[in-house]
Design a binder for this molecule. Structure first.
Ligand code: BV8
Ligand code: ZN
Length: 244
């Protein structure tokens, strides 16, 4: 990445007053949490993540989807925040008016010290009843089971508290994220593939509202083209250089 690109990005960051940071699975990659598509290694390689992360998939084979989530939960619990997550915490201490929006279902931003993270796609470590919505605390036995537990109230199956493909995002959360994107003067897009909607609209909302858009990703995406500045490289290296 050209040094003047980094300098220009640093200048924009220093001048910004209302910053939104929008992260995708790429920000957790260096913590050892594979991105949604890379996750399909080993025995999961023959399964399409979009099929597993869907109500149809869960209905068709609840045990398979359950074991996939228990495997991913284990991966996330073994992971630690990386220098990218930590740099974003430093940025937030400098700029109280910073909104952190993530597509990720891991809690690495929180583990690093970020507060009030907007999780557009839910949280992998939280569970609820598919039927009555009752929150469910997993027991170690249920974690090790081959099938999802059933709800103590309505006997429906328990599922992860995440947004599956074909399911609507939480309306209130999306509105809050949309508003922040409209009102910011700079949006930092980090590790987002930019292909999953409606989350992927947010950088476009920010740009159209006049914000400076900066994209950080080792691979160029549609959002890299949309951005005023594209910083090519891994978040764990670029964010500390950008934020200091
Ligand atoms: C909805 C939770 C409708 C679950 C997730 C056709 C066209 C347009 C849209 C659609 C379509 N067909 C269907 C749709 C809608 C669909 C969608 O967008 N599909 C896409 C695939 C085309 N969207 C939905 O279904 C949404 N709901 O639309 O509802 C509706 C409307 C009315 C009424 C009823 C229903 C729901 C979408 C949410 C799905 N849930 N996660 C779970 O995790 O188990 S999304 C899931 O995939 C992840 O959370 C993540 O957000 C997303 C993408 O995953 P990844 O590919 O891993 O991550 P990402 O894209 O961010 O890519 C990784 C990036 O990191 C890459 O660019 C890589 O280069 C970069 N990277 C790698 N290493 C690093 C790095 N970057 C920085 N540093 C590094 N070291
Ligand atoms: Zn229930």
């Amino acid at each position: 990445m050209a040094p003047d690109t980094l300098r220009a990005a640093r200048n924009h960051l220093a001048a910004a007053r209302h910053i939104v940071v929008f992260t995708g699975a790429g920000v957790s990659a260096e913590s050892g949490v594979p991105t949604f598509r890379d996750a399909q290694t080993g025995l999961w390689s023959r399964f399409d993540p979009e099929a597993l992360a869907s109500p149809q998939g869960f209905r068709a084979d609840p045990g398979l989807v359950w074991r996939w989530y228990m495997w991913r939960l284990h991966l996330v619990e073994a992971a630690r925040p990386n220098p990218g997550h930590l740099a974003l915490v430093r940025l937030a201490t400098r700029l109280p008016d910073l909104t952190l929006i993530t597509q990720n279902v891991d809690d690495l931003h929180e583990q690093a010290g970020s507060r009030d993270v907007l999780h557009l796609h839910g949280n992998l470590a939280r569970f609820r009843c598919q039927g009555c919505g009752l929150p469910h605390q997993l027991t170690p036995t249920e974690r090790a089971a081959a099938e999802p537990p059933t709800c103590s109230i309505c006997t429906e199956r328990v599922r992860p508290h995440v947004v599956w493909f074909g399911e609507e995002l939480d309306r209130q959360l999306l509105n809050q994220a949309w508003l922040a994107a409209e009102q910011c003067d700079l949006m930092l897009v980090v590790g987002a593939g930019g292909m999953v909607y409606p989350a992927a609209i947010l950088p476009r909302v920010a740009r159209q509202a006049g914000a400076i858009l900066i994209d950080i990703n080792p691979e160029p995406t549609q959002l890299s083209e949309l951005a005023h500045l594209y910083l090519q490289g891994p978040a764990g290296q670029i964010l500390p250089q950008l934020i200091g």
